[in-house]
Write a protein that binds this ligand. Structure first.
Ligand SMILES: *Cc1c(COP(=O)(O)O)cnc(C)c1O
Length: 222
């Protein structure tokens, strides 16, 4: 068994049945993705539109592609025909564009709303107040080609595991809070949190989708 396959086995052994593993393949060659594919992995995540579309073109068609990075509006059109899930939705403007491009290809596009949970300032995402505003927004509520399936968040990059846990807890709380809202195209099913450095904490705090790159494919050289 090769290294990628044994890494996958180890991680899968730590995940419960209802947790989806997104293998984050950014910067890695298609040959590495194929190795994971041959071990049964079907969900892959990329953070650059061009890299994602090139890989999707040359790799097996039953791969489910996740866009996990910050998405620029002018690039939505390249993903709309095939993307499985967009994790990083962080504005109404972006949602409008996704809705528009979904309509063009007659596809309801699955999205997660990115929530700003890190105490550090640099990360993208909604805060609680902005989420509440969005959910009450008429324009949002009339979008027919967008389906919100849950929330995504990134914890602060820190050794302080108490802080990381606190941040994941706050995301889980929001997830539970919005579960009870009765919007047709807002369903709280997917809670995407946890990366190589913090997924074990994320799992303990209720994550059901982890995005793992370097622990599967090795360190990235940019
Ligand atoms: C790169 C990336 C990951 C995976 O990071 P690793 O630390 O390699 O597991 C997860 N989520 C997002 C949004 C990323 O950009």
């Amino acid at each position: 068994m090769n290294e990628i396959q044994s890494n996958l086995d180890t991680i899968k052994g730590q995940l419960s049945e209802n947790c989806t593993l997104v293998a984050v393949s950014k910067t890695k060659p298609s040959s590495a993705i194929l190795e994971a594919y041959e071990a049964g992995q079907r969900h892959f995540g990329e953070n650059k539109v061009q890299e994602l579309t090139i890989k999707a073109e040359e790799l097996p068609k039953d791969i489910q592609w996740h866009m996990i990075g910050h998405l620029q509006r002018n690039k939505v059109k390249y993903l709309a025909p095939f993307v499985h899930l967009i994790h990083g939705v962080d504005s109404l403007k972006l949602l409008k564009e996704i809705n528009k491009q979904g309509e063009k290809v007659n596809r309801v596009i699955q999205c997660l709303l990115q929530v700003h949970i890190a105490e550090e300032e640099t990360k993208f995402g909604f805060d609680e107040k902005e989420l509440i505003e969005l959910i009450g927004n008429d324009e949002f509520n009339s979008m027919k080609y967008v389906q919100i399936n849950g929330l995504m968040g990134m914890a602060t990059f820190t050794e302080d595991t108490d802080q990381v846990r606190r941040e994941f807890k706050s995301l889980k709380n929001l997830f539970e809070q919005f579960k009870n809202s009765d919007h047709a195209h807002l369903q709280m099913k997917t809670l995407s949190m946890g990366m190589s450095g913090d997924y074990l904490i994320a799992l303990e705090e209720g994550s059901n989708m982890v995005r793992i790159g370097s622990s599967i494919f090795g360190e990235r050289n940019y």
